[in-house]
Design a protein around this ligand. Structure first.
Ligand SMILES: [Zn+2]
Length: 99
């Protein structure tokens, strides 16, 4: 039932945005927010954003059960994580389409 902040970092480790991981459903939001508070307030209310941009390389840092990092891509114009969801079971799935 736990959730955790996901921090999106640039390759030189500047904080770019925040996402949220929901451990109950094992998914992480596509949508990114400028602040951690906003991510926690809005994580379950947003639809999956329409973004077909390729995005720029980033580091996805999950704080769920200890800090884990992997590579992804961010579209800063749309504030969306375009890559960085799991092909491996250890990585979160993307959030579902909201009705
Ligand atoms: Zn985009």
């Amino acid at each position: 039932m736990s959730r955790a902040t996901v921090i999106i970092l640039s390759p030189d480790r500047q904080v770019l945005a925040y996402s949220l991981y929901d451990g109950t459903n094992d998914w992480q939001t596509h949508r990114l927010w400028a602040s951690q508070d906003e991510a926690w307030a809005k994580w379950d209310t947003d639809k999956r954003p329409k973004c077909s941009c390729k995005g720029d390389p980033c580091i996805v840092q999950s704080t769920y059960g200890g800090v884990v990092e992997w590579e992804g891509r961010i579209c800063r114009a749309c504030m969306v994580l375009t890559e960085g969801f799991g092909d491996s079971p250890m990585f979160p799935k993307p959030s579902p389409e909201w009705p």
